[in-house]
Every structure is written in structure tokens, then in C-alpha cells.
Design a protein around this ligand. Sequence first.
Ligand code: 5GP
Length: 164
Amino acid sequence: MLKSIVLFFTLLCLCLVSLPLKAFSSTETVSGIGQYDENNVFAKILRKEIPATIIFESEHVLAFEDIHPIKPVHVLVIPKGKYRSILDFSEKATTEEISELIRALGTIAKMMKIAEEGFSIMTNSGHNGGQTVPHLHFHLLGGEKVAWEQSLRSNNTQIKEEQK
Ligand code: 5GP
């Protein structure tokens, strides 16, 4: 009996610990379309409910460090408006929001001192794109060579070889 109670509480503790960890580091993909989810992690960062290292802020844009950087510089640049993905944003955002976000990408690249050596900007949309947070975000990556660019080229070469 005592063993069962101990086992029950151990399992309960494990669940309680793993739930918030999952919320912070989910690798599950999400749809890039549909209704905006007010509880996504970036909405919480915008509402200041969870902390983030803020790099840049303007009327329509917020930029902060990625919690799991894959490059020496890995900044996430997001619109403050409620847009699920680039699809949503390109359809519904105002010209002011769009231009402010694009300008911010350049400004932040200069701020992070990666403008001269070069950098990569990437956004994922939906399941095949590998999007995991349903609030539009651009990954600004730099500080060293971005490898996906190389694999893209080698894939293209491979496809061309196969088409011969
Ligand atoms: P996606 O896979 O959707 O293109 O990118 C989501 C990114 O958000 C990932 O690179 C992930 O590390 C980052 N991320 C997830 N949760 C948090 C968080 O709570 N804080 C910050 N700063 N970044 C997060």
C-alpha cells in the first residue's frame, strides 16, 4: 500500500515538473493557419508574463534572444500584432507593421554586429516548415556560417543530378 502511495506521488511530481518544461521547450510543430492562440509563449513574452532578453523594441516590433540559440547570434524578431505566421501577416498586417518589421531586421543585424560578415533570416510556417510557436517570428542568425544554406544548395545540386 505504502509502495503504491509513494509511486503515485513520484509520478505526480514527475508530471508537474515535466509540464512547464514542455511548455518552454516544445518541439511539436503547429499549424501556421487558423485562429490566433493567445496562450502561445511569444504572446506571454509580449504580455511580460514570462521573461526574455529583449534586444529591440518599437511600436510594432519586439526582438529577443532565442532561449535555445543555434548560432552565436540568434534573435527572434516578432510583430506585436496577433499574427500566427507569415501567411496571416502578409494578408492582414498594415503597411506600417510590415515596413517596421522589415526595417527592424536590418537595424537589429547592425546592432548585433553581424551586418558585415553576413547573416541569415528565416521564418517557419506550419508543420512542414517546422514551426513550433504559433506567433510569427523571424530567426535572425549569425556570428558564424549558417549551415542550412549549404545543405539547401547541396540538395538542389542533388535534385539537378537526379533530373539528368
Ligand atoms: P520555430 O521552431 O517555431 O521556428 O521557432 C521557435 C523558436 O522559439 C525556437 O528556436 C525556440 O528555441 C524558441 N523558443 C521557444 N520557447 C521560447 C521561450 O520561452 N523564450 C524564448 N526566448 N525563445 C523560445
